[in-house]
Design a protein around this ligand. Structure first.
Ligand code: OXD
Ligand code: MN
Length: 591
């Protein structure tokens, strides 16, 4: 058992606040050893070697997947657990109807009992990390304490972790505290608690990504959204992508879609052959921190440095960049294996699975070979479309914000909000059919405002008010759009080809922002007419295009009624501007 003095390395002496907290946690959790993460390749290789020895990782076929490994989670620990995720604010109303709430003292007491002695026989890892470029004033730091070396390995990829982050923390004196233990991986003893007023997180009983890599959803969205409101910026569940047109101009777009609706694909979009001269650069695939700039525009950084993406469906046709990216130095979780030890997942046309994600001989009677929420963790720099501007301290300027969801009907392919205030209503009204990224039923439509339903660290009513406030500050606000790549016909067939062809819709948006593209006004906003979209070389019938670009007043009246009912649960806290915008849509729809 290491003494506190032995655990005190030169590194930890850099920050007394961090060491005092580590010592407190050591006394509570009773680890055998303490390891301060310094970052860097050597540390990652040592951890990998250790996990290979213990059997928690296995090496994949080095010819086709050099530097790649497979981890298997416990079969009951494969997704975020929203029903066990809490926001613990002093006042219940500050958490709002969008969150599960627990009183902070009660939550701390509950967690203390779970954490007591839980690291006996284990190593306590201290991971200082920085969300965002290490030298950006927009970045924020945190420290995660965990007993899972798998979590450390992921955090080393997903964040700027180690010595430089600790040096920044020592300089700034402020950091988000995240305490994590896998515990016994017992779903009955699993909780993900957030204390925004204390800038802290306590997570117990799960080793799965969103529950355990605390820099991601817990810090960069739930806690950061709270920090952002106090500091005047926005922490959003958005990808950031740069689109360079054939004239060489690059514009950046940030898009919010619910989990597993193709964010990674859009962030890494491959321009179709019929759009020569276009180039796409990825800044981020999941999270954007948006700041009003001194030039009146909105600027964005990606707080993460890696991707924790959904594997199934990735292939050279759907996303060649992602497919290339995950062929080396990638950590796979819960995929299947082929006979020659290559990773395999549904959506691959080559190879066939012989071992399923749980390590059993593959039998289709047991369900899919790879778990539908199986993941890759990989450094963003492995992406062939990685944008070097991802490291810019001031971020990138945003020309358009895009909301979207997976809707069989109702929402057209694309429409433009009338202005920022209307755009906030468009975001607040978002809905989507659920997917496998969280536990629960798949395929039911649920409201998911700004794709933040599982991630907003405070009352949505206050969050929308904050959005309105940020927008009012911008002299040059980005345009706000809504898209739906998932419209289907009566037979259930997708009307829009999606993937690379989505660039046609993005091109229309950018042309609108530049005042170059036509549109027609509708009750819900501005829509392109068929002639306003570049459809050259695309096989979509005139009938399908018309269906994609139409607004059915009867369906929309029903939609407005549902949105009104949804928003009414926020009571008097709901900004009056949102009700006024909804009334105006209803009026334009007519009765
Ligand atoms: C994710 C999610 O993992 O949104 O990014 O669930
Ligand atoms: Mn996400």
């Amino acid at each position: 058992m290491a003494t506190a003095a032995q655990a005190m390395t030169a590194l930890d002496r850099l920050s007394r606040a961090v060491s005092a907290w580590v010592d407190e946690v050591r006394q509570l959790t009773q680890p055998d050893r303490i390891h301060w993460c310094e970052g860097g390749e050597a540390e990652a290789s040592d951890l990998t070697a250790q996990l290979l020895r213990s059997g928690e990782l296995q090496t994949l076929d080095a010819t086709h997947f050099p530097g790649c490994h497979l981890a298997r989670s416990a079969p009951n620990d494969v997704a975020r657990v929203e029903h066990l995720t809490y926001i613990c604010t002093r006042s219940r109303d500050d958490a709002g109807p969008n969150n599960h709430w627990m009183e902070p003292a009660a939550a701390h007491a509950k967690m203390r009992e779970l954490f007591r002695g839980c690291m006996r026989g284990r190593t306590l890892y201290v991971i200082p990390y920085c969300m965002g470029p290490i030298d950006s004033p927009l970045s924020r730091c945190g420290v995660e304490i965990t007993d899972s070396p798998y979590v450390v390995l992921n955090m080393l990829i997903m964040t700027r972790a180690g010595r430089p982050a600790l040096a920044r923390i020592a300089r700034e004196g402020a950091f988000v505290r995240g305490l994590h233990s896998v515990g016994e991986l017992d779903p009955e003893r699993r909780f993900i608690m957030h204390f925004p007023e204390e800038l802290s997180i306590e997570s117990f009983g799960s080793g799965y990504g969103g529950n355990a890599l605390l820099g991601k959803k817990c810090h960069a969205l739930r806690i950061a959204s709270w920090q952002a409101r106090t500091e005047g910026w926005l922490a959003e569940h958005m990808l950031i992508v740069g689109l360079q047109n054939p004239q060489g101009e690059t514009h950046y777009v940030a898009c919010a879609f619910p989990s597993a609706c193709g964010k990674t694909n859009l962030a890494m979009l491959i321009p179709p052959q019929s759009m020569p001269g276009w180039r796409v650069f990825t800044v981020g695939d999941d999270i954007a921190w948006l700041h009003p700039g001194s030039d009146g525009r909105l600027w964005a950084i990606n707080p993460e440095s890696g991707y924790f993406g959904v594997v199934p469906g990735t292939n050279p046709q759907t996303n060649r960049n992602a497919y290339e990216m995950i062929r080396r130095d990638t950590l796979f979780t819960n995929v299947a294996l082929t006979a020659d030890n290559q990773p395999w997942w549904e959506g691959l046309t080559d190879g066939k699975p012989v071992i399923d994600w749980q390590g059993r001989p593959y039998d289709p009677a047991n369900g899919p070979a790879a778990h539908p929420n199986s993941r890759f963790t990989v450094s963003a720099r492995r992406n062939p479309a990685w944008s070097p501007h991802s490291e810019d301290a001031r971020g990138v300027p945003i020309s358009a914000l895009v909301f979207g969801g997976r809707r069989r009907e109702v929402a057209p392919l694309v429409y433009e909000a009338r202005n920022w205030q209307h755009g906030v209503l468009v975001g607040a009204s978002m809905a989507s059919e659920t997917t496998a990224a969280a536990t629960g039923k798949v395929g039911v439509t649920r409201r998911d405002p700004m794709a933040m339903q599982p991630f907003c660290g405070y009352n949505f009513a206050d969050y929308w008010q904050h959005w309105l406030k940020v927008g009012a500050q911008l002299q040059h606000p980005p345009g706000i759009y809504n898209v739906n790549w998932f419209r289907r016909d009566a037979q259930g067939k997708f009307l829009w080809p999606g993937y690379g062809e989505n660039l046609r819709v993005l091109e229309w948006m950018l042309d609108r922002c530049a005042g170059r593209a036509g549109a027609v006004e509708s009750a819900i906003g501005w829509l392109p007419r068929a002639q306003d979209l570049d459809m050259s070389g695309l096989d979509v019938s005139a009938g399908s295009l018309q269906a994609l670009l139409s607004v059915d007043p009867a369906l929309w009246r029903k939609e407005v009624t549902e949105v009104r009912q949804y928003l009414s649960q926020y009571g008097a806290r709901l900004p009056a501007a949102l009700n006024a915008e909804l009334d105006a849509v209803e009026k334009r729809l007519g009765v």
